[in-house]
Design a protein around this ligand. Structure first.
Ligand SMILES: O=C(O)C[C@H](O)C(=O)O
Length: 502
């Protein structure tokens, strides 16, 4: 029998969330470093280099690896001989830990959770509630698996009910091929098969928290059919050529997980869950002896990356004087260094803009001749003007793009591909779409030297701000003639399958 104090659970969750916000898991850093060394696609190699460089800065500076500090998911296994003392439920103890972690004065994390998701979508301001799953088990300990999952990768979770005879591998490969880059590869794809619809999803989510071990598995060889399937999927997904950030390259996944459970004879539920480059999770076990803290990782694992492309050869752009004629010269895949003033705005700001325009009212700021950055930054601390501030998935802004272009917008900065209609609209307007590297949020924020609130302050991280940037590195993803690196890159790096379908 053991008694675990409620306050120890809260403190353990607080500490674990602060830890995983700042330190990439060492297994991921190791495999990403391998991928960096192996990558032959210059654009993908540069993107991986930026993620590694940014991860190092985050670890050394005690700041979040990504501006999207995630939705907290906890898998708890409570021993039947353990009791939790105090007058709060396990969920309440966990949510109190989330609140403390995200409102930490020294290292505030971004509050991303919105209540009333169908209508009001009001930010809860402290990132509560967590999504908690509790399972009972034998023993007298409380095991907590804690993750902080980014919205971009969660959005790409997929589910299907296959016919019992249909191959899982083909569905997974086809589905990943159609996901785009919003889930921020290179990462992990997890597949849950069996049980019921919700069980398959849980299997996939839970397996994302297991150590990355594809490297070891390939080296020792598969012992089971599931391990064979993992290896097959790993090769077939990487053969798709999607590459880091969807730019085309050798590594899309550093691991593939497969997890299964008995199911109904009529059913074959399959869930697919991607994990982005901000691979944040930890496992802790409370025994009743107080809160549990994780040891800081050995930071010599975090490789130092040189600056990449020679800065002197890159095109420098003053966004304050930018014209369509100047943009017409930009090449797809070209790296630009932006300086000047850019607006920020993402989902909620675009919705607010569309409501204002629908009422026939004037916007509180002008979009004419401006560049907008799709970002929801972390609040600053100390001498920072802004916290980590990497891009969000642009595809969600596609439905608003014509409206923004009609207001005179020149260019947009985000991450991942745009829909084909949007690419056409961008080209028709002689506008452009640029990308920054998702998962390199600390690195991007170093180029931001000023930040001021412009409008919609009530939207929190989704408010419209103006950033003053100096030499902010971005890549031309859609040029003014409508050429898209997200089409050209993967087509160039796609390989003939190295493993056959199962
Ligand atoms: O919310 C964000 O800042 C990013 C989001 O996780 C995304 O990948 O689109």
């Amino acid at each position: 029998m053991s008694t675990i104090k409620g306050e120890d659970i809260t403190e353990t969750i607080r500490a674990a969330l602060q830890y995983i916000a700042v330190y990439h898991a060492p297994d991921y850093i190791r495999r990403l470093s391998d991928a960096y060394r192996r990558e032959e696609s210059p654009a993908a190699r540069d993107a991986i280099g930026q993620i590694l460089q940014s991860a190092r800065m985050a670890a050394l500076g005690n700041r979040p690896v990504c501006q999207d500090t995630g939705m907290v998911t906890v898998f708890a296994r409570l021993g039947q001989s353990a009791t939790i003392s105090g007058n709060r439920t396990l969920e309440q103890c966990i949510n109190d830990g989330v609140r403390l972690a995200y409102l930490d004065a020294g290292n505030p994390l971004r509050a991303s959770m919105v209540a009333d998701p169908i209508f009001g979508r009001r930010n809860t301001r402290d990132n509560t509630p967590a999504v908690t799953h509790v399972e009972s088990c034998l023993g007298d300990t409380l095991e907590l698996m804690v993750a902080a999952k980014g919205g971009g990768s969660e959005n790409k979770a997929r589910y299907t009910m296959l016919n019992p005879a249909a191959p899982v591998a083909d569905w997974v490969v086809e589905t990943v091929a159609g996901l785009g880059a919003g889930w921020c590869p290179p990462g992990v794809i997890s597949v849950g098969v069996g049980g019921s619809a919700e069980k398959a999803m849980l299997l996939a989510k839970r397996a994302l928290m297991d150590e990355i071990d594809m490297h070891e598995l390939i080296e020792r060889g598969p012992d089971t059919a599931e391990e064979e399937l993992r290896i097959e999927l790993y090769h077939r997904i990487n053969d798709l050529g999607i590459g880091a950030q969807g730019l085309g390259g050798l590594t899309t996944v550093v691991d593939v997980k497969v997890s299964s459970y008995p199911t109904h004879a009529a059913s074959k539920p399959v869930a697919l869950m991607p994990q982005c480059a901000a691979n944040r999770h930890a496992k802790v076990t409370l025994t009743g002896a107080g809160p549990v803290y994780l040891d800081p990782p050995d930071l010599s694992l975090w490789p130092e990356i040189d600056g990449g492309a020679a800065e002197g050869t890159l095109r420098r752009v003053n966004v304050d004087t930018l014209t369509k004629a100047e943009m017409a010269d930009w090449q797809p895949g070209e790296t630009l260094l932006l300086s000047g003033h850019i607006l920020t705005g993402r989902d909620a700001a675009h919705r607010r803009i569309s409501e204002i325009l629908a009422r026939g009212e004037a916007l509180p700021f002008s979009l004419r001749g401006r560049v907008i950055y799709y970002v929801g930054p972390v609040d600053p601390v100390g001498s920072e003007v802004v916290g980590p501030a990497g891009p969000t998935t642009s595809t969600r802004m596609d439905g608003y793009t014509q409206m923004m272009l009609d207001q005179g917008l020149l260019s947009m900065i985000g991450k991942a591909e745009r829909g084909s209609d949007t690419v056409e609209r961008i080209a028709k307007a002689g506008a452009t779409y640029l990308i920054a590297v998702g998962g390199a949020a600390v690195l991007v924020s170093r180029a931001i030297h000023g930040a001021r609130m412009v409008a919609f302050e009530d939207l929190g991280m989704e408010a419209v701000r103006e950033f003053e940037v100096r030499d902010m590195p971005v890549t031309v993803a859609v040029d003014s003639s409508g050429q898209s690196v997200h089409r050209l890159g993967p087509a160039r790096w796609r390989r003939e399958p190295t493993a056959s379908g199962a």
